[in-house]
Design a protein around this ligand. Structure first.
Ligand code: ADP
Ligand code: MG
Length: 531
């Protein structure tokens, strides 16, 4: 027995790694995207690579897949040095890539897409019929059910992703790379994906899973490597680490994964809304009589599945769409239609707005960061040189200060907004709006696409604003975020508020029921009580 264990142990350590990268470096001009990276991925495991936006994860994988040529370093596949100058070489070496932005032809069928471009492989001497058989057995073996004759354009994002995985398996990939695969998935679809990945792993495949989400790493991986600013800082067994440790490794300092806040001290009513209604272009009522109040010094969180009127609520209060009903800001009427019902008037009245969709409403992507920081606030006297000219120097200095405070990277005010990562774009918008010190802040999906160091920071800013006696209306589809930041929670369903809850006296299950439109018989009573 001892000898057997010994042999097994030795075999295990002697088994070649599926992939080994040694001393990989890659620069893009002045940016050192990868610095002397070493990583070894054991066969038959799910290996996570985690790191904040810009840490160098995608670059490293692009080198492994032959998209980029490393400046130096070596790739070993199955223990053998294997140069990978292009993606054909990667495929020959058994490496498959599941792209973040799918590369499927929309008006082709699943089968056509899978066979397409596999010129060198089985297709030349295989009929489509035979491909259909291979696909069927792949689908059965790995629980990857997709209709081979469906058009890609008719498939959900989750199913399109399965087609990408099948495409790689059809090319006989033994090693699958998935770069941020859950960014486009619902939580249910993500769970399904992880089940598929575990199945593939159990069949001996090796999976490299890239993500910046701690929960996914903890849930899905066997080992995890952490990248920070182009370097590989650690590789650990997932069972021997914790979200807190990984967060610290990623960010380079301790990160509070929980929001720290003291009990609220609500003051006077800042916003009061009665019977707010919004119709869309087709005349469908999206907001069906919403009433609420927010006091100074409190955060009212709106929970709900996306598309239940939360966006319309923010848009109506932000002056971006017409609404009916009554709204009062500090006791004075807030016009919901006609003159004064526009974003500019709102800002002048003391309402700041971080819109849900920063690309369409929060930023002008072709404009520089400093211009975006002035966006909407250009009439502010502190930015005016004279009646006609803005004080550009003052604006740039102001932007530099905000960029430093909000740790916007890179801190270059003249860089166009489109050249920042999503998380950094969000920091620019939040900095602009929060720093106006508004009486009321409307904020939608504050941390969508933002990584953990920045999430912690944005949450702190919101709590600080609330502690400074301001009122905040927070809309988020992340229930965790709603539960940890809100002083009161309103749940929206089908354009109405289904109930108000005290976060200390509710849980995800109860909120989930309300989000699905199921009311407790006393939901109305609790709504009053919570005020
Ligand atoms: P991650 O995937 O971890 O978010 P990336 O590998 O995409 O990080 O990027 C690492 C760094 O390299 C970033 O600073 C990014 O801006 C830069 N970078 C990535 N690709 C290119 C490119 N093609 N040209 C110039 N810079 C790039
Ligand atoms: Mg990436």
């Amino acid at each position: 027995m001892a000898a057997l264990a010994d042999t097994l142990g030795r075999q295990e350590t002697a088994a070649p790694f599926a992939i080994e990268l040694r001393g990989i470096s890659k620069a893009f001009g002045p940016v050192q995207a990868n610095k002397d990276i070493n990583i070894a991925v054991p066969k038959g495991t799910i290996h996570g690579i985690i790191g904040e936006n810009g840490a160098g994860k995608s670059t490293l994988m692009s080198i492994l897949y032959g998209f980029y040529k490393a400046d130096s370093g070596q790739i070993l596949v199955g223990g053998h040095p294997t140069p990978i100058p292009d993606s054909q070489s990667a495929i020959r070496a058994g490496i498959g890539m599941v792209f973040q932005h799918f590369k499927l032809v929309q008006n082709f069928t699943v089968l056509e897409n899978i066979v397409l471009g596999a010129e060198e492989g089985a297709l030349l001497n295989t009929s489509l019929g035979k491909a259909r058989q291979v696909l069927k057995s792949l689908a059965q073996e790995y629980g990857l059910n997709v209709d081979p004759d469906a058009l890609i354009e008719d498939l959900s994002v989750g199913h399109q992703q399965r087609v990408e995985i099948l495409k790689a398996l059809y090319r006989q990939a033994d090693i699958l790379i998935l770069d941020e695969p859950t960014g486009v998935l619902t939580p249910d679809e993500a769970d399904h994906l992880f089940r598929i990945l575990r199945g593939l792993r159990d069949q001996g495949k090796t999976i490299i899973l890239i993500t910046h989400k701690l929960r996914e790493i903890m849930e899905a991986t066997d080992n995890v490597s952490v990248m920070r600013r182009g370097t590989m800082v650690a590789t650990v067994k997932t069972s021997e680490t914790s979200p807190e440790q990984l967060a610290e490794l990623m960010v380079g300092r301790k990160v509070l994964l929980e929001v720290q806040k003291t009990p609220p001290v609500p003051g006077k009513v800042v916003l009061s809304v009665e019977n707010l209604r919004v119709r869309d272009e087709d005349g469908v009522e999206r907001l069906r009589g919403v009433s609420l109040e927010i006091r100074a010094g409190e955060i009212l969180g709106i929970a709900g599945v996306a598309g239940n009127g939360q966006s319309e609520l923010l848009a109506a209060l932000g002056g971006m769409v017409k609404a009916s009903g009554v709204a009062l800001l500090n006791g004075a009427p807030l016009p919901l239609a006609g003159p004064g019902a526009d974003g500019q008037s709102r800002r002048e009245a003391g309402v700041a707005h971080v819109p849900e969709d920063r690309h369409h409403h929060g930023l002008i992507l072709d404009f520089a960061a400093w211009e975006n920081v002035a966006f909407g606030y250009h009439n502010d006297p502190k930015y005016q040189k004279s009646a006609l000219f803005m004080d550009n120097a003052a604006l740039r200095a102001d932007t530099e200060r905000k960029m430093a405070t909000y740790d916007v990277r890179p801190p270059i005010p003249t860089l166009e907004a489109k050249n920042f990562s999503g998380g950094n774009q969000q920091k620019i918008v939040v900095a602009r709006e929060v720093e106006q010190n508004p009486d009321l802040l409307l904020i939608g999906q504050p941390t969508r696409g933002v990584d953990i160091g920045a999430i912690e920071f944005i949450h702190k800013q919101l709590v600080a604003l609330r502690d400074a006696g301001k009122a905040i209306l927070l809309v988020s589809v992340e229930l965790d975020e709603i539960m940890s930041l809100s002083d009161r929670i309103a749940v929206m369903f089908d354009g109405q508020i289904m109930g108000m809850r005290d976060p200390a006296r509710t849980d995800e299950r109860e909120l989930g029921l309300l989000m699905a439109g199921m009311t407790g018989e006393n939901a109305g009573a609790m709504k009053k009580e919570a005020h």
